[in-house]
Structure formats: structure tokens, C-alpha cells
Ligand binder design. Structure first.
Ligand SMILES: NC(=O)C[C@H](N)C(=O)O
Length: 462
């Protein structure tokens, strides 16, 4: 009892100091520790009312004047959620010459999303910002860099969902919008609809003064070359596109415990004009619900739609599964039921997160607790402290670094380089883990949509 009293007093003292220093979050964490102490030993503050549930900022100071809760200032009593953002850059086979750029792209995006969250932004703002950056990055199949339709056109899809009230916005088959994810957000915020397509979406984009670009500027040499290859007699565009999907997506939990997801894609290679995939369909391309969590998916859209993958995973979480277990169950189900492969990033409302895939690879990155995590192969996870190089915290600074305007060598510049590389500031690396992902391990590691190995092929260094 004495010991608990001492612990209480010590916490109260530190909390006060933190409050005075404006460290609201830390003060609130201490406040919650005291709440726990209070709950386990009511004699510390007999008669004081039990404050609201842990896991959320207490909405306001709790009444009464002498009991513990009143001594907690209104200022410090707001939240205890740790912000988390997780992104993916598409499931499939990532050619080794593109792996480093994919890693760099997801790390840049996740840092930007995390910066939004730590500056007090919402989960919706964070996922939109992360996805916007990946749409601008030509190494992904979204925005600039999108794959082409059979007719050599660009038709992009995007989705945003806000877990607070399930509001969502989506766009499909747009061909000259710089950032489809921004348009999806406007559809969510400014219309009573969930999804607008093609000409109607463009008309709305014009009303909202959304940035338009020429379709030509969204097409990269790489996507044109792959499109041409698939027009040749004997080519198998289905097989080819299966392996190389760079759809992008993000999920986040903000400091208030709200979740959101966003996904954006050019679709699948040499698709028919007018094909709508999983990405703009809520429940398939993503889903976010504050009562359970958020998921963003990537992979073979038709398979994802058949099993409504994102909502399927959240269902398993509702049944008590962890983010990892639920993601694996969803991916296994998709594999066994419709022979589909893919990947997902998932968060729950407590900030637990996972990045899981049944394809060969998936570029992913996560940021939480001031730490960046990233990987491409099964079981691979690199970590690095965020803030090691503050000048790269924003994408703008990152771009400057790439142009040689920033002399400092950030560990982020080395994303995708094996941890043994000199100069890299890794806290911990786990290159290969023997745990299998969903489905059965296979010998072959051909392309996405075919049999794949769960383990990192040693002959294919990133
Ligand atoms: N790369 C992808 O994830 C493709 C996307 N799911 C689609 O089928 O449109």
C-alpha cells in the first residue's frame, strides 16, 4: 500500500511537471497509469469517481475537487492513442532493379503520413497525404506510373474511407486527374455519393478545381513498354500483370483513436476499357471502421472483390483475431477460395498494425512510436528511428536530398539496401523469418497470381 502511495505521488509530481512543460501526451499517459493504480487499489483515493475508459483522452476534467481526477488539468486530459500509419506499394513480384525505389517510395510516404499525425492531423489527412505522394511517384502503379488499358489509356481508381462515421469517397476510370485520391476525398466530403466514375467524376473534379494533367504525363516509359510487350502475339497480359502490381494504399490511427484508409491504382495491365477493380469498392479495396480498425488491399482485384477482402479481415478482427491473424485468414481464404494472391496493411483502433501478403513481395512501411519499419520480402523488417535526420521528415526535403541539395546522408536514403551496408542506422533487422504466411509454401517464385514462395529468395538481393 505504501509503495503504491509512493508510486502515485511520484507519478503525480512528474505529471505536473510535464503539464507545465506542455507535454500533454506524456502527462496524459501518466494520468492513465494513475487511473489504473486507482482501480486496482481504491484505498489510494477512496470515493473518487472512476474516470472514463483508458485508451482515449478523457473528454473533460472529472467533477469534484479533492479526488485524483480533479487534480488532472483539463489541458492534459485528452488522449492516449499513439498515432500509427502503415502503407503498401503493391503486392506482387517487384523486379530487383525496382525494389530500392519501391522501398524508398513507401518510406517517404509513411514518414509524410506520420508527420501529419504527429502534428495533430487526422487519420484521413494522413492516409490521403501518404497515398498522394505515392501517386506522384512513378515507381508505383497509381497516378503517374499507372499501367495502361488494352487501348493504351490510363484509367485510375481510388478510395478513401473515414472510420468515424463510415463516410467514404471513391473514383473510378479517371484518366487525367493528377491525384485521384484527392478527388475521392472531395467526393466523400462534398457529395452525398460514394463513387463517381469517368466523365461524371471529371465534371465534379472541374467544379472542385481539382488539378488536371494530360494523360500523357501520367504514362511512363516503363508502363508503355510493358503495354507494348503485352500486345505482341503470344503475350500473356494476365500472367504478366499478375506479377507486377504497384497499387498503393495506407491505413492510419490518429491520436484521437480514429482510423482511415485510402487506396489508389491504375488497375491491372492491359485491362479492358471500363473495367472497375476492387480499389474503388468499399469493403474490397479498403475499409475503415472506428469500432474495429482499417485495411487497405492490393492484389488481383477480381479475386479481392469476390471475397470482399478488407471487410472480411475486419470481420475476423471483430471475432477477436489480432490484426496479423485476421489478415492472414483473409488472404488464405482468398487463395483457397478463388486462387487469388494479394497483400494488405491493417491497423486496429488500439494501434496494433500489420503488413501481410500472399504474393512474393509487397513493399510496405509503417511508422509508430517515432520508429520507421519497412520491408519487401516475407519476414523482412528493417527499422530506423524517425527523426535521425529531421531534414528528410518531409517529402519536400526528401526530394531536395535526391537532387543533391541536402548533403546529409539519411538512413532513409538507404531504404531497401541490406542492413549490413555500412553507414545504415538500423536499430534492428530481421531479414528472414521462417514463419509461413497464409496458404502453402511453394517452390516456385514466379509471378503474382501463380505459385509463390513465402521466403526470401537468397539469389535475389534487394
Ligand atoms: N495492383 C493492384 O493491387 C491492382 C488492383 N487491386 C486492381 O485489381 O485494380
Amino acid at each position: 500500500m505504501k509503495q503504491e502511495r509512493r508510486q502515485w505521488d511520484r507519478s503525480a509530481g512528474i505529471q505536473k511537471k510535464l503539464e507545465r512543460a506542455g507535454e500533454e501526451e506524456e502527462a496524459a499517459i501518466l494520468c492513465l497509469q494513475k487511473i489504473k493504480l486507482h482501480r486496482t487499489n481504491k484505498t489510494i483515493n477512496p470515493g473518487s469517481p472512476l474516470p472514463h475508459t483508458e485508451g482515449h483522452w478523457l473528454k473533460e476534467g472529472v467533477g469534484g475537487s479533492r479526488s485524483f481526477p480533479q487534480r488532472v488539468s483539463r489541458r492534459c486530459v485528452r488522449k492516449v492513442m499513439r498515432p500509427v500509419v502503415v502503407v503498401h506499394g503493391g503486392a506482387g513480384h517487384i523486379p530487383s532493379e525496382r525494389a530500392q525505389n519501391s522501398s524508398r517510395g513507401v518510406c517517404t510516404a509513411v514518414r509524410a503520413g506520420y508527420q501529419v499525425l504527429t502534428a495533430g492531423g487526422s487519420s484521413v489527412e494522413a492516409v490521403v497525404e501518404a497515398v498522394r505522394l505515392m501517386e506522384d511517384d512513378p515507381h508505383f502503379n497509381a497516378g503517374r506510373g499507372s499501367v495502361l488499358t488494352a487501348g493504351g489509356q490510363v484509367e485510375m481508381d481510388a478510395l478513401v474511407m473515414d472510420g468515424r462515421d463510415l463516410s467514404s469517397g471513391a473514383v473510378s476510370a479517371v484518366s487525367n486527374i493528377k491525384n485521384p485520391v484527392k478527388l475521392a476525398r472531395l467526393i466523400m466530403d462534398k457529395t452525398s455519393h460514394v463513387c463517381l466514375t469517368a466523365g461524371g467524376a471529371l465534371q465534379f473534379a472541374r467544379q472542385m478545381a481539382v488539378e488536371e494533367v494530360s494523360t500523357e504525363s501520367l504514362i511512363t516509359d516503363y508502363s508503355r513498354e510493358r503495354w507494348r510487350k503485352n500486345l505482341q502475339p503470344g503475350a500473356d497480359p494476365v500472367q504478366c500483370q499478375m506479377g507486377k502490381m504497384g497499387t498503393v494504399g495506407a491505413v492510419a490511427v490518429d491520436a484521437d483513436g480514429h482510423v482511415a484508409c485510402a487506396t489508389s491504382t491504375g488497375g491491372i495491365l492491359n485491362k479492358m476499357e471500363g473495367r472497375v477493380g476492387d480499389t474503388p469498392c468499399i469493403g474490397s479495396g479498403g475499409y475503415a471502421d472506428d469500432s474495429v480498425g482499417a485495411v487497405s488491399t492490393t492484389g488481383h482485384g477480381e479475386a479481392i472483390m469476390k471475397v470482399v477482402l478488407a471487410r472480411h479481415i475486419l470481420f475476423h478482427m471483430e471475432q477477436g483475431r489480432s490484426v496479423e491473424e485476421a489478415s492472414d485468414l483473409g488472404l488464405s481464404h482468398m487463395r483457397s477460395r478463388v486462387s487469388g494472391l494479394g497483400g494488405v496493411v491493417t491497423v486496429d483502433t488500439k494501434g496494433a498494425w500489420s503488413a501481410r501478403f500472399s504474393s512474393n513481395q509487397m513493399a510496405w512501411a509503417a511508422a509508430c512510436d517515432q520508429t520507421l519499419h519497412w520491408g519487401i520480402y516475407k519476414g523482412e523488417e528493417f527499422t530506423e528511428k524517425i527523426g535521425a535526420c529531421p531534414e528528410v521528415l518531409s517529402a519536400v526535403a526528401m526530394a531536395a536530398a535526391e537532387k543533391g541539395q541536402c548533403q546529409s546522408k539519411s538512413p532513409s536514403d538507404l531504404c531497401g539496401i541490406p542492413a549490413t551496408s555500412p553507414g545504415i542506422n538500423l536499430l534492428q533487422t530481421t531479414a528472414v523469418e521462417t514463419k509461413e504466411g497464409p496458404g502453402q509454401p511453394q517452390d516456385s517464385h514466379t509471378d503474382f497470381g501463380t505459385a509463390s514462395t513465402w521466403f526470401r529468395p537468397s539469389s535475389d538481393p534487394v
